[in-house]
Design a protein around this ligand. Sequence first.
Ligand SMILES: Nc1ncnc2c1ncn2[C@@H]1O[C@H](COP(=O)(O)OP(=O)(O)O)[C@@H](O)[C@H]1O
Ligand SMILES: [Mg+2]
Length: 254
Amino acid sequence: MEPILKADNLTRVFSRKGQPDFTAVDHVSFELMPGECLGIIGESGSGKTTLVNMITRLLDATEGRIVLDGEDITRAGGKTLRKVYSKMQMVFQTPTESFDPRRRLGDGVGESLRNNGWSRSDTKKEAARLLQVCGLTPEFADRYPHEVSGGQCQRAAIARALAVKPRLLICDEATSALDVTIQQEIIELLNELRWQHGSDLSILFICHDIALVQQFCDRVLVMYKGSIVEQGKPDEVIRNPQNEYTRRLIDSIL
Ligand SMILES: Nc1ncnc2c1ncn2[C@@H]1O[C@H](COP(=O)(O)OP(=O)(O)O)[C@@H](O)[C@H]1O
Ligand SMILES: [Mg+2]
């Protein structure tokens, strides 16, 4: 089986005037297999979001290569991005900010379908179905982002991500802004989606909470100062951390 995502020596250097260059992500390599859920943990500032932003092409890589479903997307831009985003979708930390405040959730969920030429009525039906898959009744399609809770908005954001039937879902701290009980609900939803989609859906789950990663991920990478310092099955990494930094990270949370 070929990996759905391959990061090969990904590196990002930020240059700021009058200051030395800063390497936020330093030669990071990993593979994500179809159907796999890979966690990335690390303290704030360890480079997780910079890594994700390179993979999702929101940020250029200084060095290295990104291969999505067998295709080099390291420099993908413009028109080729639509194809990239039909395979890879993102869910961010603050759901309300990821929806246009002036548009109803149903329109946000259906936007990519409309862009792909779907009719208004088919889009409406599909948006309602996707909301339902994500645990929301169809009437949520008519609400505005400020009329729903953070957890409900995150469900809608996941519904929107699923609209294009992506092979890869990237969640960057998607549960971090939510209350603990709501976090659990979102994890349950993601688990259900994994079960439904099998090897058709892979998840990259970025999180600073190792306990959530332990519940949910098949494998975990530990990032520290821009590098992967450790990786393995979450249970094993937690039980027997090989690295001093990982040990401290675990001690601070558990
Ligand atoms: N656009 C930028 N310009 C300069 N430095 C940045 C920029 N974006 C992120 N950084 C720095 O890169 C480091 C990693 O940040 P980030 O990837 O957001 O970490 P994390 O998501 O793990 O908290 C931080 O020190 C941050 O200040
Ligand atoms: Mg981050």
